[in-house]
Design a protein around this ligand. Structure first.
Ligand code: DX5
Ligand code: ZN
Length: 237
């Protein structure tokens, strides 16, 4: 399992300090939640903030775009230093084209899916994405409760990826994730877990990471997880 802490729940008055604390704790990924106030009822930060963080950090920047018309901003996020761009299937009419453009810009690409959205599209898109993100809350805010029906969806996603010959595509789960549900999520097929409030509220971060890893330990590393681990940070992609 890979843990990708969501910066939204960190101390945003001191982001550089937070990033070096994460690095010291052994964290390798950072989840950045971009919200535009239209696709979701909240506004966070954009490319300038990512650009400010990039030079000081070797973390893999996993950028979750909760914005309308994501295709209009791909180069901006690439220039800012994103390693992966994840677009919502609900926000883009031509998501296959957008995925190809993200790859062509040298980044990893992913699709995010709201809790109420079907994932039948995996039959047609499995080979066009580097990661699938299943939302386990309605996107927009940190600190919401995990929706348990996502567990079934996770199993279905794994089966669809397998059937499509894309079992090495990692699945990320985002929203309400905590050590109490990390084991059941990895067991059901999650490779990457995002955690905001349940991670940042507990220091030291190394101990919190260990609590998540212990909870996920029941499940041996998956092929998809190994694939995601081997991704290099931008610059060496
Ligand atoms: C929700 C965001 C999540 C959120 C996670 O819209 O996509 O990444 O910040 O926060 P927690 O773990 O607190 O639910
Ligand atoms: Zn997110």
């Amino acid at each position: 399992m890979i843990l990708s802490p969501s910066l939204l729940a960190a101390d945003l008055a001191n982001p550089a300090t937070e990033l070096s604390a994460l690095e010291d704790a052994g964290i390798q990924w950072l989840h950045l939640d971009i919200m535009d106030g239209t696709f979701v009822p909240n506004i966070t930060f954009g490319p300038p903030f990512i650009r400010a963080l990039r030079p000081g950090s070797p973390l893999f920047f996993d950028v979750h775009l909760m914005i309308e018309k994501p295709a209009s901003y791909l180069e901006d996020f690439r220039e800012a230093g994103a390693d992966m761009l994840v677009v919502h299937v609900e926000a883009d009419r031509h998501v296959r084209r957008t995925l190809a453009e993200i790859r062509a810009l040298g980044m990893r690409c992913g699709i995010a899916v709201n809790p109420g959205t079907d994932i039948g599209f995996l039959r047609w898109l499995a080979h066009d994405l580097d990661m699938l993100l299943l939302m386990s809350v309605n996107p927009g805010f940190s600190g919401q409760s995990f929706l348990p029906e996502v567990l079934d969806k996770l199993r279905v996603a794994r089966a669809l990826l397998e059937e499509a010959g894309a079992a090495d595509v990692p699945v990320q789960v985002d929203g309400g994730v905590c050590p109490e549900n990390a084991g059941i999520l990895t067991d059901a097929g999650a490779d990457i877990l995002v955690s905001g409030s349940a991670f940042f509220a507990h220091k030291p971060y190394a101990a919190r990471l260990a609590a998540f890893m212990r909870a996920a330990e029941t499940c041996p590393p998956r092929r998809a997880e190994k694939n995601a681990r081997s991704w290099k940070r931008r610059g060496s992609l």
